[in-house]
Each structure stands twice: as C-alpha cells, then as structure tokens.
Design a protein around this ligand. Structure first.
Ligand code: FES
Ligand SMILES: [Fe+2]
Length: 341
C-alpha cells in the first residue's frame, strides 16, 4: 500500500526527548527516544516478551525498558537485559534507520539499505533563508493532501480571505515532469496581491499599491515531499526571476507522512527570503499558515468520510487534477517496484 523504501518525516526533533514517543508510520507501530548521547533511536513498538508496546515503558541509559516486566532493548533492537533472565536468544525488535536534519527526524521503514542521498534537501538549511513551521495529525489519506497541494485552484474557495484571488481560476495551470519531480505551475501577471502577500511586501519594504506578478510552482517528489515556490514581485521586475530585493519569495514545505490508509501526519512550514532573523515575522507567518492549513484539514477530513461512504464512485480527473494524478502514479510505481522486488 505504501512505498517503504524511502525517507519519511516521523516527528519534529523537539518532539523526541528522553521519554518514548509512540508513532505509527505506514501502518507500522514505532517508538522513538533519544539515547544517553542524544542520538535518536527508532524501534518497532512491540516487546518480544509478551507483546506489550515498548512505548509504555521508559528510557534507561541507552536502552528502552518495557513497562510490563522490565525487558530492556538496546538501540540496535537486541534485548539487552531482563531481571532474572538470560536474554541472548530472545528475538530482536526491528530497529529503523533515522536521520535528524533541519529540525526533522526522518525514518526509513523499508528493508532495503537506506539511501542517505535521498533525504529531502531542506531549503532553509542555508543562511539566506528563514524558516517557521508546524504539524497536524489529519484523519485523511495522505494522498488527499498531495492532491490538495498539487492543485492550488482550491485557494480561491477554501482560503478566500488570505491567499485566494479570482485570477487563480482564470490562469491555466501546466503540469510537467522535471527529472524525479512532478511540477504544476501557474503564473498570474499584473494582479492585485492578496492579503498575505500584501503584508509580506510591507515587511520587505515594497509598495503594496503596485500590481504584482504572482507565481505558484508546486513540486512533488515521491513518496511524500512537496515544495511550493510561491511569491509576488511588482509587475515589470521579472516575476519569479526578479532580484531578491524586488520580490517576496518563499518555499512552502510539506511532508505528508502516512500513518494508516486513512490518516497522516502533515509537517508544514515556510522557508522565506525576506525579513531574515525577524522572529515576529516568522511567528506571524506561522499563525497565518496554521489558519490556512486548518481550513484544508477540515475539507480533507470531510472528503475522507465522504469517499468512505461512496467507495464505488469514480472520481473525475480534470486538467487541474493532473499534478495529483501524476503524483499518485509515481507512488503506485514505487509500490509496484517494491512488490516485484
Ligand atoms: S511484555 Fe515486555 S517485558 Fe513482558
Ligand atoms: Fe490549501
């Protein structure tokens, strides 16, 4: 059902401390903790003794101690100690490779050798970018979020008070492939900036009375990364190619991590190239995004329920859906390749 040989964001770095965090990823129950050196450990959340979830226990040095009868499992998944027992021959617990990068913890749930080169690149890991973000637990198939982010025509209806504007409906959207990426893009010329972007222009010292060129370039990489290049520049400055001081420009970063077939964790944020080092701007954008993505959450959870009520109905695939449709094809190709393998 899910591609497993891939990196998924399982948590933000600050969610995992010295007590165990239970989290299901791709239908696999996992438990995360930090060892005595602060390194992340990720194990299957199952005690080999009597099957209690290890996450009910506690961290003891480098080990995770089951809360039922005290069996301790090491970071490599090997049983290390149990009072009055010899543990050498006890079955091991599955241990998963993790990488901590850019404030996120990535996990590789599959059985193939993890490929470190495939950890998503994070645009804000550079001095010229600033970042703020958050996360949601959403009761909807992660592919519904991919559809949502690869088709921004919904902005005009779901987000009419912040980033929606009628010109979104008037401009055609183009979908194409760029190597491993599926790209859906839309450009609007000489339009009035919507409220979110007017505020950003103000923060960047640009005249908000000017008409702007606006762009939205959504890029999807299977299985769960979407980076959306968004911004506005006063008309005549080159749009997306305008010099940094003449545009407000950000990358909406999205990681959709499947929990089950009908729920996911959504890690969202925005890397931006204006007001660097200004924490108030970061917090204001975070609040704005939280509100916007809450509007998406409400639609998606209802859409999930509606789809479950009518499982036999076929969905339309319009030009505006091409990005999501191609993304799903890529996901399916990964799943098929893993099954063949
Ligand atoms: S179930 Fe974990 S120690 Fe017994
Ligand atoms: Fe949205």
């Amino acid at each position: 059902m899910f591609p497993l040989n891939a990196w998924y964001v399982i948590a933000t770095a600050d969610e995992v401390a010295d007590s165990p965090l239970a989290r299901t990823l791709c239908d696999i129950p996992m438990v995360l903790y930090r060892d005595s050196q602060g390194q992340i450990v990720c194990l299957q959340d199952y005690c080999p003794h009597r099957g209690a979830p290890l996450s009910l226990g506690r961290v003891n040095g480098d080990n995770l101690m089951c809360g039922y009868h005290g069996l301790e499992v090491g970071p490599d998944g090997k049983p290390a100690f149990m009072p009055k027992q010899r543990v050498e021959r006890f079955p091991c617990v599955e241990a998963y490779q993790t990488i901590e990068s850019g404030g996120y913890i990535f996990v590789w749930p599959g059985s193939d050798q993890p490929n470190v080169a495939q950890v998503p690149e994070l645009p804000w890991n550079q001095p010229e970018w600033e970042f703020g973000g958050g996360s949601f637990h959403i009761q909807a198939d992660f592919r519904l979020m991919i559809d949502n982010l690869m088709d921004l025509t919904h902005e005009n209806y779901v987000h009419s008070s912040s980033i929606g504007q009628p010109e979104i409906d008037e401009q055609p959207v183009k979908t194409r492939r760029d190597g491993e990426w599926v790209v859906t893009e839309r450009y609007m010329e000489a339009v009035e900036a919507p409220p979110f972007w007017k505020l950003a222009m103000q923060q960047h010292g640009l005249d908000t009375d000017q008409l702007v060129d606006r762009w939205q370039v959504c890029r999807f990489k299977a299985p769960s990364t979407i980076m959306i290049d968004v911004g506005v520049a006063p008309t005549g400055q080159g749009g997306i190619n305008a010099p940094v001081e003449k545009k407000v420009h950000g990358i909406v970063t999205d990681f959709m991590t499947p929990e089950t077939t009908s729920s996911h964790f959504y890690f969202w944020g925005m890397a931006r190239s204006w007001s660097i080092g200004d924490n108030e701007v970061t917090q204001a954008i975070q609040r704005g995004q939280q509100k916007i993505f809450t509007e998406d959450l409400e639609v998606l959870e209802r859409q999930q329920k509606s789809l479950e009520r009518f499982p036999e109905r076929k969905l339309l695939m319009l030009d505006i859906d091409a990005g999501g449709v191609q993304a799903r094809r890529q996901l399916q190709a990964m799943v098929d390749a893993e099954h063949r393998g």
